[in-house]
Write a protein that binds this ligand. Structure first.
Ligand code: IPM
Ligand code: MG
Length: 368
């Protein structure tokens, strides 16, 4: 048997720093859990642009298509603000998602008890929160044609198109129902069927998939704006939320803040099964490249380490090891080791990125 393979694309900003901590956990899994991965590394985003003049080289995409899972750090930064749209760092990430056909983006928002006071909402509203946003990731307004900036008469017009086919809605709805069965068995679908035809079709298809194949799962529908409001009012009413690419982008950032810090949220982007039965997969933190703190050892590596845990669960059938990592992160936070994003001002000295990673490995070690 060959080892499972991982491609690390650390990217820009704090990406390389947090991925250094992820590598410590990967090394520990190899040493202590008999779980050895063949790890290769490559460039994405601005780092790839600097080296190759493109945010995703063809050779990098080819590697990503071959490995069992991709681990990504973050892309983007002010240095690249003036680049042509077609070579901006974000285009590299979007191309990976599109070319690998990673249509189901799983964004869990869990509030660790140790951080419940950290949320901008009251403790009792968020304590124990455990929801999963399933965001469609390869279609919708992010990719729809026509798009562009054209000139009409004497002014310019910016155009993007929201577009969903029945099969695109069908497959992401199935992902959501499958996940719900392994959790609280509830799905809430969010769109804007009151103003958008694509929303009307979305609602119809989700309902049909439910009625045909998942009648045992509780399904509700909500307009996405009302959904945003409910997420802030009473987030614990939700189990799985399924929504389109753009609404999912917004709602998942909002859900992330419920948990206290964007620095805590992992994600999995999954596609169809490969020949070996594993889904095409990319794992990345929900946070961005945070250029303001990059290179200073201040970044919180938890979201990236929790993304590795998601890889163990969804790509490698190692749910127990995933839980071990999640429990270790929770324990480290409860013990008081925290990066600056998880501290109130005047609360003492924040842990560095490396100290946080080391503390997580130490707790993993102690768990044996
Ligand atoms: C995300 C990010 C990306 C998105 C950006 C970096 C292209 O915000 O993953 O949520 O908009 O999808
Ligand atoms: Mg986003």
């Amino acid at each position: 048997m060959t080892n499972p393979s991982l491609l690390i694309l650390a990217g820009d900003g704090i990406g390389p720093e947090v991925m250094t901590e992820v590598r410590k956990v990967i090394a520990w899994l190899g040493d202590k859990r008999d779980l050895t991965f063949d790890v290769t590394e490559d460039l994405v985003g601005g780092a790839a642009y600097d080296a190759h003049g493109t945010p995703l080289a063809d050779s990098t995409l080819a590697k990503a298509q071959e490995v069992d899972a991709v681990l990504l750090g973050a892309v983007g930064g002010p240095k690249y603000d003036d680049l042509d749209f077609s070579v901006k760092p974000e285009r590299g990430l979007l191309k990976l998602r599109k070319e690998m056909d990673l249509f189901a983006n799983l964004r869990p928002a869990q509030c660790f008890d140790a951080l419940a006071d950290f949320s901008s909402l009251k403790r009792d509203v968020v304590a124990g929160l455990d929801i999963m946003i399933v965001r469609e990731l390869t279609s919708g307004i992010y990719f729809g044609e026509p798009r562009g900036i054209i000139t009409e008469g004497n002014e310019r017009v910016g155009i993007n198109t929201q577009r969903y086919t029945e099969s695109e809605i069908d497959r992401v709805a199935r992902s959501a129902f499958e996940l719900a069965r392994r959790r609280g068995n509830k799905v809430c679908s969010m769109e804007k069927a009151n103003v958008m035809e694509s929303g009307i079709l979305w609602r119809e298809v989700v309902q049909k998939v439910h009625d045909d194949d998942y009648p045992d799962v509780e399904l509700s529908h909500m307009y996405a704006d009302a959904g945003a409001m409910q997420l802030c009012r009473a987030p614990k009413q939700f189990d799985v939320i399924v929504t389109d690419n753009l609404f999912g982008d917004l709602l998942s950032d909002a859900a992330a803040m419920l948990t206290g810090s964007l620095g805590m949220l992992p994600s999995a982007s999954l596609g169809a099964p490969m020949e070996n039965g594993r889904p095409k997969a990319l794992y990345e933190p929900v946070h961005g490249s945070a250029p303001d703190i990059a290179g200073q050892g201040k970044a919180n590596p938890c979201a990236s380490i929790l993304s590795l845990a998601m890889a163990l669960r969804y790509s490698f059938d190692q749910g127990d090891e995933a839980t071990r990592i999640e429990t270790a992160v929770e324990k480290v936070l409860a013990d008081g080791t925290r990066t600056g994003d998880l501290m109130q001002s005047g609360e003492g000295t924040p842990a560095t990125t490396a100290q946080m990673g080391d503390a997580i490995v130490a707790v993993l070690e102690a768990s044996l």
